[in-house]
Write a protein that binds this ligand. Structure first.
Ligand code: 13P
Length: 251
């Protein structure tokens, strides 16, 4: 299975910087075409920048998919300020990230709500990247497996399958801290996630499980060697084309 190199740009940048970033990624991929033998590429810009980034990708034929960082649980209609999964699909998104720990924290999103959003996104034909991960104190208390199992059981909609769903394990304490999880911890959690998915999905063996949390070019090689690590969900390092592509080169 190719590794999915997914950049979560979060709430960063301007139209100009988004254009600079996607064009630098496109040029880098043009210069290193063999990267697409081992990796699939995805960027998730802020909602307001999705269209210009999509247009730039289409203009250069760069082998990069785009995705949203969130979507509404509702169908189109009277939901001021929200972005629907139909709208994301309409402008050419292939993926949407759901249940990121920053949304769980900033917007008090529960796993049940994330499951509703995911069900809606799948109806729109998007693939969903469902994020799970424990807080630091939950790990200190030895509860990381229970927390992640509960998030998985409650966040996945019944329509999920390996073809339309990706799981991202992002321990909250590793996000933006420069303190990635150890390869032993990642190995244990990713294998646990795959086993837990087997309760619900007949094709759990084929589902992609990404690791996220302080992934950089210098730790990506070791992380990618870990069994059941099928790619990375990258925050800070995805905002620099050389680092984003450096992570792919580490495959
Ligand atoms: P960092 O790579 O900045 O730690 O962020 C990870 C993340 O939250 C990706 O969704």
């Amino acid at each position: 299975m190719k590794k999915l190199i997914a950049g979560n740009w979060k709430m960063n940048g301007t139209q100009a910087s988004a254009m600079d970033l996607i064009s630098a990624i496109g040029i880098g991929l043009d210069e290193n075409p063999s990267l697409t033998d081992t990796c699939d590429f995805l960027v998730c810009p802020p909602a307001l920048h999705l269209t210009i980034v999509k247009d730039a990708i289409e203009g250069t034929n760069a082998p990069v998919s785009i995705g949203g960082q969130d979507c509404s649980a509702n169908d189109n209609g009277a939901h001021t300020g929200d972005v629907s999964s139909d709208m994301l699909a309409d402008i050419g998104c292939e993926y949407v990230i759901l249940g990121h720990s920053e949304r769980r924290a900033d917007h008090e999103e529960t796993s049940a709500y994330i499951s509703e959003k995911a069900g809606r996104a799948l109806i729109s034909g998007l693939k969903v990247i469902i994020c799970v991960g424990e807080q630091e104190e939950e790990r200190e208390e030895g509860r990381e497996f229970d927390v992640v199992a509960k998030q998985l059981r409650e966040s996945l909609p019944n329509s999920a399958s390996a073809a339309n769903t990706v799981i991202a394990y992002e321990p909250v304490w590793a996000i933006g801290t420069g303190k990635a999880a150890t390869t032993d911890d990642v190995a244990a959690m990713h294998s646990f996630i795959r086993k837990t998915l087997q309760e619900k999905l007949a094709d759990a063996g084929d589902i992609r499980i990404l690791y996220g949390g302080s992934v950089k070019p210098d730790n990506a090689g070791d992380l990618f060697k870990v069994e059941n690590v099928d790619g990375a969900l990258i925050g800070g390092a995805s905002l620099k084309a050389d680092q984003y592509l450096g992570i792919a080169k580490a495959v």
